[in-house]
Design a protein around this ligand. Structure first.
Ligand code: 5GP
Ligand code: ZN
Length: 113
C-alpha cells in the first residue's frame, strides 16, 4: 500500500516523532502552519473519518488522549490548542490515512478555507 503515513509508522520514511504508544503515533507536520503543528495518527491504516467503525472508535479516543498528553508536553495546555480532522475533498484532506492536526503556539485564526 502506498501510504506515506503507514511508511512513517513502519519507519521507512523519517519523521520528527513527539509521542508514540501501542496505538498511536504523533510527529511534527512537514509544512507547519503554526508554531506547534503536530499530526496524530492511529498506527492502523484507516482512510478517513468516514471509514471509522466498530472497535476503531477506541482509536479516536486514543488520539484525543494523546492530544491531551502532547499539549502538556509541548507546554501549550494552558495557552490553548486546536485539534482538527479534515475529512474528504471539501475539507482538503490530502493524506488518506486518518490524522488529527494539533495546532498551537499562537492566537489561531478561524477561516473557512
Ligand atoms: P490534510 O490536508 O490531509 O488534513 O493534511 C495532511 C498534512 O500532512 C499536511 O499538513 C502536510 O503538510 C502533512 N504531510 C504530508 N506529507 C508529510 C510527510 O511526509 N511528513 C510529515 N511530517 N507531514 C506530512
Ligand atoms: Zn496508511
Amino acid at each position: 500500500m502506498d501510504c506515506i503515513f503507514c511508511k512513517i509508522v513502519e519507519g521507512t520514511v523519517p519523521a520528527k516523532k513527539v509521542y508514540e504508544n501501542e496505538h498511536v503515533l504523533a510527529f511534527r507536520d512537514i509544512e507547519p502552519i503554526a508554531p506547534v503543528h503536530i499530526l496524530i495518527i492511529p498506527k492502523k491504516h484507516i482512510e478517513s473519518m468516514n471509514a471509522v467503525d466498530g472497535d476503531d472508535w477506541g482509536l479516536i479516543a486514543e488520539i484525543h488522549r494523546a492530544a491531551q498528553h502532547i499539549a502538556k508536553q509541548e507546554g501549550v495546555a494552558e495557552s490553548g490548542y486546536r485539534l482538527v480532522n479534515n475529512c474528504g475533498r471539501d475539507a482538503g484532506q490530502a493524506v488518506y490515512h486518518i490524522h488529527y492536526h494539533l495546532l498551537a503556539g499562537e492566537k489561531l485564526g478561524w477561516a473557512k478555507t
